[in-house]
Design a protein around this ligand. Structure first.
Ligand code: 5GP
Ligand code: ZN
Length: 138
């Protein structure tokens, strides 16, 4: 049994409500069901979070996300879907095996409130920050 709960789920050592599986990814229901159909999509190969994944590994994971989200939405009759991936504890990560949350949405009836505290745009500050952060390569 692995120390990592999602590695144990991938290995079939812990039961999960599997929705989809292939060579690279596993999708299963999150036990807490923040909204109906709340699912997790994980790479089968362990990594801590997206911050340590390379292009090849993350491509294999994200290649399947649209189709999984589309099918969740259709099968549940949902009106939308949120995608979330917490990276490190300060961002709310509690399980340190990369995972993407898919949260089906049901108009105003699902009790989930995600809101950004919007501030007035400061264009000189934005330009300065972009200068600091501009990337030659990724
Ligand atoms: P995080 O907070 O790291 O972004 O999300 C971890 C998620 O894993 C949580 O939403 C939690 O409900 C889910 N989770 C934790 N343990 C298990 C488990 O044993 N089985 C399933 N299906 N989900 C789990
Ligand atoms: Zn793991």
């Amino acid at each position: 049994m692995s120390d990592c709960i999602f590695c144990s789920i991938v290995a079939g050592e812990i039961p999960s409500s599997t929705l989809y599986e292939d060579e690279h990814v596993l999708a299963f229901l999150d036990i807490t069901q923040v909204t109906k159909g709340h699912s997790l999509v994980v790479p089968k190969k362990h990594s801590r979070n997206l911050l340590e994944m390379d292009e090849q590994a993350s491509s294999a994971l994200f290649a399947k996300i649209p189709a999984i989200a589309q099918q969740l939405k259709e099968k549940l009759g949902a009106s939308g879907v949120n995608l979330l991936s917490n990276m490190e504890a300060s961002a709310g990560q509690t399980v340190f095996h990369t995972h993407v949350h898919l949260l089906p949405r049901f108009d105003d009836q699902d009790g989930l409130h995600i809101s950004f505290d919007a501030k007035e745009p400061d264009f000189p500050a934005l330009a300065q920050l972009a200068d600091q952060l501009r990337m030659e390569t990724v």
